[in-house]
Design a protein around this ligand. Structure first.
Ligand code: ZN
Length: 117
């Protein structure tokens, strides 16, 4: 793929279409390979779903960075925030000290046996 084709591909995927020529200038300076372009598209795909990018409180795409700043900052290298894992809630009374551990699960199993007998 030619550099300008890659840029058109990036541009087609980037949701906020402002400052195209400036963005193109930065993009061509970066000369991303096909692999980097793919990383960019992947990053855009998950960043599109973040609360920042989908915030419409000030109009569509108001909080999506300008493509030039996104490119300059190397935002395709960002990593998604991993949502906190739901903690295993101990169903026992009194509560186990370490919910979800072997001992906690064992209590669940014992209670089931007791109920069924
Ligand atoms: Zn427990």
């Amino acid at each position: 793929m030619q550099d300008d084709e890659r840029f058109e591909c990036f541009w087609a995927h980037y949701p906020r279409k402002v400052g195209k020529l400036a963005a193109q200038k930065v993009f061509l300076k970066l000369q991303p390979s096909d692999e980097v372009l793919q990383q960019m598209l992947d990053a855009i795909a998950w960043q599109k779903t973040t609360s920042q990018w989908t915030d419409m409180s000030h109009g569509r795409h108001a909080f999506v960075p300008h493509p030039t700043s996104w490119l300059r900052a190397g935002r395709w290298l960002d990593e998604p925030d991993v949502p906190p894992q739901p903690r295993y809630a101990c169903p026992h009374e009194p509560r186990c000290e370490q919910p979800g551990t072997w001992r906690c699960r064992q209590r669940t199993a014992l209670e089931r046996v007791k109920r069924e007998s």
